[in-house]
Design a protein around this ligand. Structure first.
Ligand code: BGC
Length: 739
């Protein structure tokens, strides 16, 4: 609908100029190179028009130049589907009837597929929905590193490893942008907690910055070609990230050559001068607290609106600053809103649902699948012929998990719940008990559930479990405040809503217990030994119930692996192993004391066993790894070598295995993690089939960021290659020397 309006808009401008039949201005001529169009348009703009491009004029819109037929830009969340329409001037939903979309699995689930092909499918499908909905910028993907399991927004990110996040974000970005819709890679950078997110001042070393927190953003920009980047709310080394000289001017635009637009997170700008000179291009959402409160200020009061215009006119900031911003914004407009080659898009198609289901199928991680008795079989896949009564328990079995969570909330057209999915598969055998209640999702507030309700729901479920043959508890976290939700961190590492007691009580009356955890975070598992089967089901979106049924029922062999470690206890986790200045800080400042040892880098190096390590996930089949073979024992400083390993499916069903290659530097002048992920490959193997996976190791795989000289360095000496089925399940090693 919007596309048509824009075309009419542009034509009107042309006709007024009487130029349709005469010569089309360069900026309107899409046969001209974009840079020529940008320069042409820039030259036609008044200073006022330029400044108007640099800030919002609606909650999710920034102005165009009507006089020249340059349309406004429409921005939308992101990142798991296209958010429902928000009112022009407040945060309420505008209750349209044509803005329901597909909910795709959360990015944590996408990362757990370890399959870039899934990422490409995700990007294509969500990009098609975004362009159909008339969006120019989709606010996602999120690539902040998983630093603590308490971060309320981990579910929107891609785990703890910079390499995995880098590989997985690129196809998403490329495929979205093929639709003439820009991504906005967020939240740049070091936005690793929600508590005090709008002002906490993060101090991390250069090594942590370059080795851990920046690589995924760099890949998004340089390999993915992202057209916009969203600044984070927090500060880094004393300056807000949305106008941070080091992060934006030096690194993003300077070192990485980013040619797109830097947009604030909504309300992330705080100072006109800094916003003018420190690399910010578009200011959105100011004078709100992000999601709820409003203020009297109008859009012309934004830092990059009238105050900026005044400073420009008074010569307090150079005119070149606005020309640079507008150059980038025009480039974005030509890539998106004025891109006449872009497709029409589509919404909630069978294909999109199939993609959502497939990503769910591949991202679900089987954490545990032990036989209940010594001689018995594991509970999964479910052998329905053995059971008359299958009891499904849990609020998450029926809850609309697309609701809540903050800006990633979605209005869905269709949603298959876990209970629906299991009923479709097992029909009348399925009974349901709520088991626990969680209250409604309310932004910034928690609805308490009375203890009497907690007790009676648990007792009812336990009574039904006693009579059932198999119990499937679908629990975990949800999108309520202080769970997996923006604007606050989790308060407890444990499961909420009395689930620990519920699990123990169910298990006590029925040992055939399958626990499905729907979370974006690791949780404490005090009952681990008692529960024979545990499935990590993330947030799976519209087709979640089908994906879960696919895996639980065995139509799909689980092949997801964890994109972050599950610690045994919170204090094992690097961010929590120090004093509170390391997390959550003192409300003003925070120091990343674990430095480069994030996630498995910490557990490995400090020899602290994780409960479930990074890269871990079980299957319904088994894989045997051959001995790794390397092409040479020595590598030239500018050379490469290969490592090959044969992997065989030794079980009785087809399955996918994720073969992981980690590199360890045996001797280094600075501390390095024991090993780091540098390559991986996901392969499909039929029963009995064997394939050889080959990785090429380059000097870049061996480098660390040497903060003494300010660059990436590979020191000559011995390196060890670890081939693993997870970060701790190492199936073979090989060593070589870098000359
Ligand atoms: C969130 C962003 C989001 C923006 C717009 C902010 O509160 O941090 O991720 O894109 O709002 O809704």
């Amino acid at each position: 609908m919007k596309n048509k309006l824009l075309t009419a808009f542009a034509c009107a401008a042309l006709c007024t100029a009487g130029s349709l039949s005469a010569q089309t201005p360069i900026y309107l001529d899409d046969s001209q190179p974009i840079e020529a169009r940008v320069q042409d348009a820039l030259g036609r703009l008044t200073l006022e028009e330029k400044v108007a491009l640099c800030h919002a004029y609606g909650k999710f819109a920034s102005a165009g130049v009507p006089r020249l037929g340059i349309p406004e830009l429409w921005w939308s969340d992101g990142p798991h589907g296209v958010r429902a329409e928000i009112n022009w001037n407040d945060w309420g939903y505008s209750n349209q009837t044509n803005d329901s979309t597909t909910a795709f699995p959360a990015l944590t689930c996408l990362a757990a597929t370890w399959n870039p092909e899934m990422s490409a499918k995700y990007g294509k499908a969500i990009g098609e929905e975004a362009v159909y909905r008339g969006k120019d910028v989709l606010l996602g993907p999120g690539v902040n590193i998983y630093r603590t399991p308490l971060n309320g927004r981990n579910f929107e990110y891609m785990g703890e490893d910079p390499y995995l996040a880098s590989v997985m974000c690129v196809p998403y970005i490329q495929e979205v942008q093929k639709n003439g819709v820009a991504v906005s890679v967020k939240h740049y950078a070091l936005n690793n907690q929600e508590l005090w997110r709008d002002h906490i001042d993060v101090y991390a070393s250069d090594r942590a910055l370059y080795e851990i927190y920046l690589p995924a953003f760099k890949a998004a920009v340089q390999k993915g070609g992202a057209w916009t980047v969203m600044g984070a709310y927090n500060k880094f080394r004393g300056q807000h990230c949305c106008h941070n000289e080091l992060l934006l001017n030096k690194i993003l635009k300077g070192d990485w050559g980013f040619d797109g637009v830097v947009v604030t997170d909504w309300g992330g700008a705080h100072d006109t001068y800094e916003a003018a000179v420190n690399g910010l291009d578009v200011e959105m959402g100011s004078y709100t607290n992000g999601l709820t409160s409003e203020s009297e200020f109008g859009y012309n009061d934004y830092y990059l609106a009238d105050p900026y215009l005044k400073m420009l006119k008074e010569g307090k900031v150079p005119l070149s600053t606005v020309d640079e911003k507008v150059t980038r914004i025009l480039r974005l407009v030509f890539r998106t809103a004025m891109n006449r080659q872009k497709p029409y898009g589509s919404l909630c198609t069978d294909e999109h649902y199939a993609v959502a289901r497939e990503i769910g199928d591949e991202g679900i991680v089987l954490l545990k699948n032990d036989p209940v008795t010594k001689k018995g079989n594991p509970l999964l896949p479910i052998d329905a012929s053995k059971y008359e009564r299958i009891l499904v328990v849990g609020d998450n079995a029926v809850r609309l998990l697309n609701e809540g969570g903050g800006s990633s909330e979605l209005k869905v057209k269709d949603m298959v719940s876990p209970l629906d999915g299991l009923r479709e598969l097992y029909g009348d055998k399925v009974q349901y008990a709520h088991g626990y209640l969680a209250g409604r999702p309310m932004y910034g507030q928690v609805e308490e559930v009375p203890q009497a309700v907690v007790d009676s729901l648990r007792d009812e479920a336990v009574a039904m479990a006693r009579e059932a043959d198999l119990v499937i508890l679908v629990g975990g976290l949800n999108k309520n405040h202080h769970q997996d939700c923006e604007g606050g961190d989790r308060i407890d590492f444990g499961l909420p809503f009395g689930q620990d007691e519920l699990i123990e009580a169910l298990q006590a009356v029925n040992p055939n217990l399958v626990l499905v955890l729907l979370t974006g975070n690791a949780v404490d598992m005090p009952w681990l030994d008692k529960v024979p089967a545990i499935v990590q089901g993330w947030y799976l979106g519209s087709m979640g119930g089908k994906s879960l049924a696919d895996v639980l029922g065995g139509a799909v062999c689980p092949s997801g692996k964890l994109p972050f470690s599950f610690p045994k206890k919170l204090t094992d986790c690097p961010a929590h192993a120090f004093d509170s200045m390391a997390y959550p800080g003192d409300s003003i400042k925070e120091e990343y004391k674990e430095d480069i040892l994030v996630g498995y880098r910490w557990y490995d190096t400090k020899e602290i066993p994780a409960l479930f390590p990074f890269g871990y996930g079980l299957s319904y089949t088994s894989f045997e790894y051959g001995k790794p073979v390397i092409s040479a024992k020595k590598m030239e400083a500018d050379g490469t070598l290969t490592l090959s390993v044969a992997v065989k499916n030794t079980g009785s069903v087809a399955g996918k295995e994720i073969v992981q290659l980690y590199v360890g530097d045996e001797k280094c002048s600075l501390l390095r993690p024991q090993k780091e992920l540098k390559h991986f490959d996901k392969i499909l193997l039929q029963p009995g089939e064997e394939k050889t996976v080959t990785f090429t190791i380059t000097p870049d795989d061996l480098k660390f960021y040497d903060d003494r000289v300010g660059r990436w360095v590979a020191e000559p000496g011995k390196f060890k290659l670890y081939v693993g089925a997870s970060s701790t399940d190492i199936r073979g090693t090989a060593t070589f020397e870098l000359l």
